[in-house]
Design a protein around this ligand. Structure first.
Ligand code: NAP
Length: 537
């Protein structure tokens, strides 16, 4: 094998094939190849590793959860010695970190790049997966790990007339290696989710004019960008395992402890004090979860948060009409947004907010974009229009399990899976952070899941080489998750969390909302009961 991975996949027989060389795939590779001594390869359609952090390199891209928990813990030296420069690392730093991990563990020689897996078919007779690439190569693996990402199947609406437009259209989630220089240009951004707000705040100062095409406003708080805190670094160095375990045992693994106090149990003055402190500190997840315990479950508590943010919007944005357009009308119950100076951006003379809810985008013209009320001349249009999240990445691969069952059919009305990791009738297939995983930050949870299911692989190796989850156990897991989700405002607020961002996608519960500590307890109990609900053989 060369440093850039093996030359050909055709005809290879592997113990483990890993789809994806992002945060999940890289650790899965290290774990099965180096810790378990299995013959494994990772396959990725990108030309280099990093997954999300390879593709999403748009202006302003950074993690908006603390860098301290956006890291692996399996290599304790790297966990504590990596010198994160910022509290919320920028994309180049995250990518550099992932490359450093891969280099230290010599992972690149086991990764095949620029290769798309198009089909995965379980062969019952031979107890192995047959995998086909877009180039037509076929190879086999006894176990299949899909580290395909939660948010990697890009969604881009197709506005008519694309061919007429003389300018460029860029997709934020597939940002080009050599992007055009946008300084002084007329730039449009469609989309005001986590991606859009990072681009908008990053570009506003340098472009000639920025048109923000907003369909639905979202509640946004400051991020609180700054240097990586020394206190956190000291804490991590003093006790790396303790820090990791502490983070994993918080509800959502974001590097803070969630509040246990109801927003409705304190005085108005106390609420304002708490919200103001959270606003000053920054971080969307902290504003939503560290302030009070019931913002995402109680409409009344939710309104106390939205009233506060609404007040901020109206005090920051000079033009009352613009402020009103920026103010959401729904619950604060989407994946929370955070960016410094977002609302301030709309006071700039070179920034125009275009309401495409009341006057939708109709088509491209030669000069730019046409909405129901006007034409906007643009040099570049950036689409920050999101992802076919959670399930889209799996459904891109034509996957066939036992008895010819197609995943595409099984998930027609929404995903069915157990523990966020396994799917009944798709034996020896493991997902990293698949549907019905806990609603948490990712890297530490990826690691935890990978450790859990590869320990199950070891058990399978000792018990016949095949493991499948029982249908009844999967049904019970899905029912639990649906019940948990139904108790939250995420269920009734349109966003990718329930699939409602994609036209025609079934609305569904797709996450375990019982918190990471509860999740780990359930997973550990299953393992301790001899892998209850799994069949071996
Ligand atoms: P998103 O939250 O789904 O936002 C997509 C945006 O595009 C929405 O404003 C949506 O409007 C708009 N849109 C879609 N189709 C449209 C159309 N036809 N016309 C006009 N507007 C349209 O996607 P995202 O911003 O890429 O974020 C997705 C997730 O990725 C985040 O929630 C987060 O989990 C992750 N992410 C994380 C980071 C980070 O950690 N720093 C950064 C970026 C992304 P509607 O709301 O009206 O549909």
């Amino acid at each position: 094998m060369s440093d850039s991975g093996p030359d050909t996949l055709d005809g290879r027989e592997l113990d483990v094939a890993i789809i994806g060389a992002g945060v999940g795939g890289l650790y899965a590779l290290q774990r099965v190849r180096d810790q378990l001594g299995m013959n494994a390869l990772a396959i990725d359609d990108a030309p280099a590793l990093g997954g999300t952090w390879f593709w999403n390199k748009y202006p302003g891209c950074r993690v908006d959860t603390e860098s301290s928990v956006y890291a692996y813990s399996f290599d304790k030296d790297l966990f504590v010695d990596w010198e994160w420069s910022e509290r919320y690392a920028l994309q180049p730093e995250v990518l550099a970190y992932l490359n450093a991990v891969a280099d230290k563990h010599d992972l690149k020689r086991s990764i095949v790049f620029e290769t798309r897996i198009t089909e995965a078919t379980w062969n019952e007779d031979k107890s192995r997966w047959a995998l086909t690439t877009a180039a037509g190569d076929t190879f086999h693996a006894r176990y299949l790990i899909e580290g395909v990402g939660l948010l990697s199947s890009s969604y881009a609406p197709e506005f008519p007339g694309r061919g007429d437009f003389r300018g460029e259209v860029l997709l934020a989630s597939k940002w080009p290696d050599n992007p055009p220089d946008l300084a002084g240009k007329r730039v449009g951004v469609v989309g005001t989710g986590s991606t859009g707000i990072q681009i908008i705040t990053a570009l506003a100062e340098t472009v000639g004019h920025l048109y923000v095409f907003q369909r639905t406003p979202q509640w946004c708080v400051p991020l609180g960008v700054g240097p990586f805190p020394d206190a956190t670094r000291r804490r991590m160095r003093e006790d790396p395992e303790g820090f990791r375990d502490w983070a994993l045992n918080t509800g959502a693994v974001f590097g803070f402890v969630e509040s246990t106090v109801s927003a409705l149990d304190v005085s108005h003055e106390e609420r304002q004090r708490v919200y103001e402190a959270a606003w000053q500190k920054g971080n969307g997840f902290a504003f939503m979860l560290e302030t009070f315990s019931d913002i995402v479950v109680s409409p009344e508590a939710n309104q106390t948060a939205t009233d506060f943010i609404k007040g901020k919007i109206h005090s920051i944005v000079n033009d009352p009409g613009t402020a009103e357009l920026l103010t959401p009308k729904d619950y604060y119950a989407k994946r929370p947004l955070a960016a410094d100076g977002y609302y301030e951006t709309f006071n700039r003379d070179n920034v125009t907010l275009v309401d495409v809810k009341s006057a939708p985008i109709e088509r491209f013209s030669r000069a730019g974009l046409v909405t129901a009320t006007g034409e906007y001349a643009l040099d570049t249009l950036i689409l920050a229009t999101g992802f076919d999240a959670i399930t889209g990445n799996y459904l891109r691969i034509e996957t066939t399990g036992r008895g010819g069952l197609r995943l595409q059919d099984k998930w027609k009305e929404g995903p069915r899976a157990r523990c966020g990791m396994t799917i009944a009738d798709f034996p020896n297939l493991f997902m990293v952070f698949g549907p019905f995983s806990p609603f948490t930050s990712q890297p530490l949870v990826h690691e935890w899941q990978i450790d859990w299911f590869t320990t199950l692989v070891q058990e399978a190796e000792a018990r016949g080489g095949v493991v499948d989850t029982e249908q009844s156990a999967e049904d019970a897991w899905v029912a639990t998750c649906q019940e948990q989700m139904a108790g939250t405002l995420f269920a009734v607020t349109d966003s990718w969390i329930n699939g409602s961002n994609i036209p025609g996608k079934p609305r569904a519960s797709m996450a375990y909302m019982g918190g990471m500590a509860g999740y780990m307890a359930e997973m550990n109990a299953i393992a301790e009961a001899g892998y209850r609900g799994f069949r071996f053989g």
